[in-house]
Write a protein that binds this ligand. Structure first.
Ligand code: PSU
Length: 301
């Protein structure tokens, strides 16, 4: 594993660190906004008093904290692999290059000793999973790897009720921030009541530290709603998501290709509005994650 100087210093000094994923850069957003957002997310973490650690596999090495040149290269490279728990070790063992999903970023964060990770939205149970069995490895990872993941819920292209059911079965705490329902990625509110609600970063940090003290495996999902001015109401988005899903089915898009296809189509169908919302929610999550990382330091001291 190679850590950036900034991350290595922070680990030595016990300073707060926020892990960031790279699949959102390579598969979640179009060039050149992806690079711009990756840089803005890192700056937001720094402004929040923590050190950003974007994680990726480059030429067989797990990098925790990327240089700006590495970020730029990754953002415009074609054919970068999308790595999850199943393929991260194989990619490293064969000298490959790949971007880390939520699951793989959690694995990298744990290896480096980082407690908190910010992203946009986790993967989950895909619609039609009763036939396709398509369920993201992110869910299982949350039940096994002790990292607190700050996301705006799960992406609304998914079957959200089934996603929350699976997390409940796996014993993963789903904590809504400052509201009683679980946010739905591009929309702040949803009809799904939150199993847990916390209003302060210090409470989330205390729960993370308590899980560690109890030796409970697995992390926490912190479901942080998109700021109201940036959201797209669920009723506006619903027909767009349905259309993108129909197109995916008609074109036989499957497995790892589903989420990137849907995000790209929804971007086109909303004329970029979905991307604006996605950017706003990621920055909002980076801010909260920096605060939680600091509070974990306080709780442990
Ligand atoms: N958050 C975003 N955009 C993304 C993702 C997260 O705002 O593209 C990525 C994450 O890497 C997550 C992945 O792990 O989407 C889910 O992919 P799948 O549904 O194939 O598991």
């Amino acid at each position: 594993m190679i850590q950036s100087d900034e991350v290595a210093d922070a680990l030595r000094n016990g300073a707060p660190i926020v892990a960031l994923e790279s699949t959102i850069i390579t598969h979640g957003m179009p060039w050149p906004q992806n690079l711009e957002v990756a840089r803005r997310v890192e700056d937001t973490v720094r402004e929040g008093g923590a050190v950003p650690a974007t994680i990726a596999v480059i030429d067989g090495t797990l990098h925790v904290g990327l240089t700006d040149a590495q970020l730029e290269d990754l953002a415009q490279r074609d054919g970068v692999a999308k790595l999850s728990r199943a393929d991260i070790a194989a990619c490293m063992a064969t000298g490959g290059t790949g971007a880390t999903t939520v699951a793989a970023t959690m694995i990298g964060a744990r290896l480096a000793g980082i407690d908190v990770f910010a992203t946009g939205g986790i993967g989950g149970v895909h619609r039609g999973a009763e036939d396709s069995f398509d369920i993201s490895a992110d869910l299982r990872e949350l039940s096994e790897t002790p990292v607190t993941v700050v996301a705006a819920g799960a992406k609304a292209i998914l079957d959200l009720p089934k996603t929350w059911e699976v997390l409940e079965t796996l014993g993963v705490p789903v904590i809504a921030v400052g509201q009683d329902s679980i946010p739905a990625f591009w929309s702040a509110m949803s009809p799904h009541p939150a199993p847990l609600r916390m209003d302060r970063a210090s409470e989330i940090a205390a729960a993370h530290v308590m899980r560690g003290a109890m030796g409970l495996p697995g992390g926490q999902l912190v479901a942080n709603p998109i700021p109201a001015p940036d959201e797209i109401p669920a009723e506006v988005l619903a027909p767009v998501i349905d259309q993108a899903l129909e197109e995916a089915a008609a074109q036989g898009i499957a497995a790892k290709a589903v989420t990137p296809f849907l995000l790209a189509r929804i971007f086109e169908l909303t004329e970029g509005r979905s991307l604006e919302a996605n950017i706003a929610l990621v920055l909002n999550n980076a801010r909260l994650a920096a605060e939680i990382a600091q509070e974990i330091g306080v709780a442990r001291s």
